[in-house]
Design a protein around this ligand. Structure first.
Ligand SMILES: C[C@@](CO)(OP(=O)(O)O)[C@H](O)COP(=O)(O)OP(=O)(O)OC[C@H]1O[C@@H](n2ccc(N)nc2=O)[C@H](O)[C@@H]1O
Ligand SMILES: Nc1ncnc2c1ncn2[C@@H]1O[C@H](COP(=O)(O)OP(=O)(O)O)[C@@H](O)[C@H]1O
Length: 306
């Protein structure tokens, strides 16, 4: 018996950061777009709850209770009265601590896979609510596509899109800690934070599949903080822009940088130029939107009982 889920990474095409709340989170207007870089999570019964991980930079992934996949399995088990004796295997393809929500993807994938394995019968709304308990970005990993996240980013409203948006991602050496980047943002902004909003022009560009129009309205309020903590990212942004990207920005809290490009040919050209520039560790090409967490294989208790 086992269940496998495939879950996408995200890029924030507009990350508006508002005031710091009393609970330690910032009020956001977060326009998420799921991109076709996927982690795959498999859960299967075992003698105890544990996680294994294969892929790039897995030495940076905690294999104890700090792993979001472990926390997700324990949460579903607790809420549905199951025993969380599982082996979880993560095949990692999303950059670790890169501002692309890989840990959140693994949490959403684990929730979906546990739900299938155990046949919990939880509704979509219940699954989304558990996602929000695990982290601000986790609900979006479940739904995918494009959405505006408000509150701390967990309250989602799907956004219509057409067509395909092409991206190049430049993966940096090492990660950046999300709380540290938010703290740096607060230090730099020094209380002069406007209430964030999602520009109508950006939403129209998504609706019309218009990459050139979207390029004019991308924005990330955390970018100055990420650049302040990792000044070399400016060189990466510059290299991709010089190679012909329509727009360049830091992905979420970074340090991955995202380059919106016209088409696949342009993606290959920009990726090669970034690689040659020596300003990043590696590049990945991917397109948007991508579907949210999806079961791609299941041999489950619920099937055997029907
Ligand atoms: C910045 C964003 C943009 O989508 O993602 P990443 O780029 O890191 O992937 C998110 O806001 C990250 O979401 P996520 O990684 O789920 O964060 P959480 O686990 O909920 O919170 C981790 C910490 O980030 C800070 N945090 C997070 C969300 C928020 N709205 N305000 C915050 O200040 C808080 O310090 C919090 O303790
Ligand atoms: N399954 C997981 N995959 C990656 N990182 C994880 C996971 N679970 C917990 N973490 C921790 O979360 C931190 C942030 O990881 P990640 O979600 O990949 O990046 P980001 O928040 O920048 O999008 C990592 O540095 C790591 O310590």
């Amino acid at each position: 018996m086992q269940a496998t889920a495939r879950v996408p990474a995200k890029v924030n095409v507009r990350l508006g950061v508002g005031p710091l709340r009393a609970d330690g989170f910032h009020e956001l207007v977060n326009v998420f777009l799921a991109v076709g870089l996927y982690d795959t999570v498999t859960v299967m019964p075992a003698d105890r709850l544990r996680v294994t991980c294969s892929g790039d930079s897995t030495d940076q992934v905690p294999l104890d209770a700090k792993n979001l996949a472990i926390r997700a399995a324990a949460l579903v088990a607790e809420r549905t009265g199951r025993c969380p004796s599982l082996r979880i295997h993560i095949e990692k393809n999303i950059p670790v601590a890169g501002g692309m929500a890989g840990g959140s993807a693994d949490a959403a994938g684990t929730l979906l896979a546990c739900d299938a394995l155990w046949g919990t019968g939880m509704s979509r709304a219940e699954l989304l609510s558990l996602c929000a308990e695990l982290g601000s970005d986790v609900p979006f990993a479940l739904i995918g596509g494009a959405a505006i996240g408000t509150g701390r980013g967990e309250r989602l409203r799907p956004v219509a899109t057409t067509g395909t948006f092409h991206w190049v991602f430049a993966i940096a050496d090492g990660g950046l800690s999300t709380p540290t980047v938010y703290q740096e943002h607060d230090r730099l902004a020094r209380g002069t934070v406007d209430p964030p909003s999602a520009p109508a022009e950006l939403l129209a560009a998504l609706r019309h599949g218009d990459a050139a129009a979207m390029a004019d309205h991308l924005g990330n309020d955390l970018q100055p903080a990420a650049l302040s903590l990792r000044s070399s990212l400016a060189d990466t942004l510059e290299a991709g822009t010089a190679a012909g990207a329509l727009a360049a920005l830091v992905s979420g809290s970074g340090p991955t940088t995202a380059f919106l490009v016209k088409d696949q040919e342009s993606a290959r050209h920009v990726a090669a130029a970034l690689q040659r520039s020596g300003t990043c560790r590696m590049t990945r090409i991917a397109s948007s939107p991508a579907p949210g967490a999806t079961l791609v294989g299941a041999d489950c208790l619920s099937d055997r009982l029907t």
